[in-house]
Design a protein around this ligand. Sequence first.
Ligand SMILES: Cc1cc2nc3c(=O)[nH]c(=O)nc-3n(C[C@H](O)[C@H](O)[C@H](O)COP(=O)(O)OP(=O)(O)OC[C@H]3O[C@@H](n4cnc5c(N)ncnc54)[C@H](O)[C@@H]3O)c2cc1C
Length: 362
Amino acid sequence: MISATFPYAKQTRSILGQTMAYVDVGVGDPIVFLHGNPTFSYIWRNILPHVQQLGRCIAPDLIGMGESQKLPDSGPTSYTFLEHRRYLDALLEALGVREQVTFVVHDWGSALGFDWSYRHPQAVKGIAYKALEQTNDGVTVCFEGGATRQFDLVIGADGMHSTVRRLAFGPESQFIRYMEHYFAFANADPALGENRSGNHAGAKAYFAFRQREPLTYDYRDVEQQKRLLNEAFAGMPWRVPELLDSALADPDFYFDALSQVRMPSWSSGRIALVAGAGAMLALIGAYRLAGKLGATGGDHQVAFRRYEEGDREMVERTQSQLFIGLLVPKSHTGIWARNTLAQLPLSPTPRTVTPVSVRRRV
Ligand SMILES: Cc1cc2nc3c(=O)[nH]c(=O)nc-3n(C[C@H](O)[C@H](O)[C@H](O)COP(=O)(O)OP(=O)(O)OC[C@H]3O[C@@H](n4cnc5c(N)ncnc54)[C@H](O)[C@@H]3O)c2cc1C
């Protein structure tokens, strides 16, 4: 529940001859909340109560803002970044903020937090920053490279682990439906033959295995993914060892859980998502959304609504039709059926195909 009440009494310190005010609650590693410009620690009032049990939460009023003292004789050359930095550095030093520091940063405070982290890399445990912010007029986007830009609309098309989705709608765990399989895709020794469907040059190795409970791993950590694949297929007969070797050596190695994203809504304010249960739906979604925006003269509220009303039924139907059982059969009979089907000609002039006939221990 958002509240206007500020539930904290601020403390003060004399910093470089001026009084600086700050909230200091909780115990443990420091978590420093840096507000933007022009505002003050008030913006953290609805966040601090939820995190103050996680560490020592410090939310300063930057110099000249909130209850911190105004700079004397301020003019066009004061309140510069360097001046703010000087006061913030001295305040954090006075408060003993030296190690295991987590920054939670917003707007102008982001520049200060990132800059402090850059100068004290060993002292930083983490940085939390909100990189998408909506107003009535547009969306402010803070890119990974540090640049900040304002856009009328943001369309997220960044895939299964979408950053846009996370920032606009919340953690992906709320929306991802795990489908009890993992799969990996990699280049294989070209001598094994050409890809049968003809859409890849050279041979590809495709691995899939059933896994009832999701595995715990960092999906950005490719070495960890390779270890998981190796554990799943190590010691198997046939040509699995050589396929595995080439997959593990491949820099383009791909590994992920088989999952579907199911969203209660495909847009939030000026931010919408396009993606698909399959490449085709991703492209159709993007095309249709562009069409709706064009047809409504850029009225994003109407366009986003029509886009979702028009496509949701098709996407949900497609998602419900996913049938993985034939691809990763449970029984030897199923494997035989799959391999027999896989060897049926797909085109009038079928090319060489490497059959896969392995059953993973489950
Ligand atoms: C091995 C494999 C085989 C598949 N086979 C088929 C198939 O045969 N038929 C089918 O219909 N579908 C298939 N799919 C699914 C299909 O590829 C996806 O459904 C489709 O690509 C989804 O499109 P998308 O645009 O949502 O995401 P993606 O295609 O994943 O595109 C997202 C893009 O965003 C970029 N990106 C991510 N984060 C950021 C960031 N922070 N900043 C900037 N850019 C970012 C990524 O680099 C990527 O280029 C397959 C998928 C895989 C993995």
